[in-house]
Design a protein around this ligand. Structure first.
Ligand code: ADP
Ligand code: DP6
Ligand code: CO
Length: 323
């Protein structure tokens, strides 16, 4: 056995994933496209220990319930023909459950560390499929830069792949409206949106077309289209959530403040587009030469709550120590 530590970075969807066709296998209704981020990540260490009575899991040094982790480790144990329990230690370099994609970096890091610790050497595709089972967005964090998660039809065909590196100097500014945990979990709200929002079928057909259009716009280095599609996918996702029963939004007043500042900048000719996930925080997609100007425009309102990042690397093993 080995003790393996892996690092995976979070990713922010430009074209969103929102809704599961198969909640057990985590098969999505639509494809999605994301940017893996350089400055937000999770480090996870896994060691299978036959003498342990049950799996143990700590997050940032604090012991946690093991339900989701054990269900995920069962998939790894099944593939590896192992029965031993595991000790899992994880550290988030991203706020947990705040809509900044901690579940993406978390399950990508866990998929890599646990599969290696169990003696498996999975391909990037199989790692993406495995990570998907922990959290849909994690399928994309196996890859650096831009990733496309093709929705697929079943467990074998639903996985992410890396998209070609664009010539565009993509940058992202995170506006921290609230770094605390979200009031309503995205998994439950996603299911309720599918079940009750009358706009959901429209979301599926529009967003699937947008995913394919995004791949083409990225390949053409057409930032105006990339940005426009990014903002549209986010707004349409939030509109679908608002139309669910009960109606809901993750937005806070400052979410709208940030978005309107982005729109004003755009009217002045600055290429800046807003995208929001399952939380109130706003991420601004732009090009590196415009970062300073955008931050200057937002600083009077958001002060130090502006973080700048850019494309990050693929998930990777940091250390592998044999027993
Ligand atoms: P986020 O917007 O941060 O992705 P989610 O609700 O999708 O929020 O996921 C948050 C959940 O992901 C947490 O409640 C926890 O179950 C899981 N999670 C977050 N970080 C880790 C970690 N490092 N290791 C294991 N699970 C984690
Ligand atoms: C709004 O991947 O966190 O960030 O699959 O239930 O774990 P589960 O959900 P998760 O949902 C991400 C939703 C999103 C959009 C996206 O990342 O594509
Ligand atoms: Co998540």
């Amino acid at each position: 056995m080995k003790t393996v530590t892996a690092r995976a970075h979070t990713n922010i969807a430009l074209i969103k994933y929102w809704g599961k066709k198969d909640p057990e296998l985590i098969l999505p209704y639509t494809s999605s496209v994301s940017l893996t981020l350089a400055d937000f990540y999770t480090d996870t260490t896994v060691h299978f220990e036959p003498q342990l009575k049950a799996d143990q899991f700590t997050l940032d040094g604090i012991s946690q319930p093991t339900g989701k982790i054990s269900a995920f480790l069962d998939l790894v144990r099944q593939q590896a023909g192992l029965s031993a329990s595991a000790r899992v230690e994880s550290h988030n370099h991203v706020p947990t459950a705040a809509g900044l994609a901690s579940s993406a970096s978390a399950f990508a890091a866990l998929a890599l560390a646990a599969s290696r610790a169990a003696g498996l050497a999975l391909s990037a595709r199989d790692l993406s499929r495995l990570a998907r089972r922990g959290s849909g967005s994690a399928s994309r964090s196996i890859f650096g830069g831009l990733a496309l998660w093709q929705r697929g039809d079943d467990d074998a065909t639903s996985f992410a792949t890396a998209l070609p590196k664009p010539a565009l100097p993509l940058a992202m500014i995170v506006v921290l409206v609230d770094a605390g945990p979200k009031p309503v979990g995205s998994r439950a709200l996603m299911a309720n949106t599918v079940a009750t929002s009358p706009y959901y079928p429209a979301w599926v057909s529009t967003n699937e077309k947008a995913a394919q259009a995004m791949v083409a716009a990225l390949a053409a280095d057409d930032f105006a289209t990339v940005g426009h599609l990014t903002e549209q996918s986010s707004m349409q996702m939030h509109a679908t959530i608002l139309a669910a029963d009960p109606a809901f939004t993750y937005w806070q007043p400052e979410t709208l403040t940030a978005w309107s500042l982005v729109r004003q900048l755009r009217e002045q000719g600055v290429p800046a587009y807003a995208t929001m996930d399952a939380g109130p925080n706003v991420k601004i997609l732009t090009l590196a030469p415009y970062v300073a100007q955008i931050k200057a425009a937002l600083a009077p309102t958001f002060g130090q709550r502006l973080l700048t990042t850019g494309p990050g690397p693929a998930a990777r093993v940091l250390t592998e120590v044999p027993d």
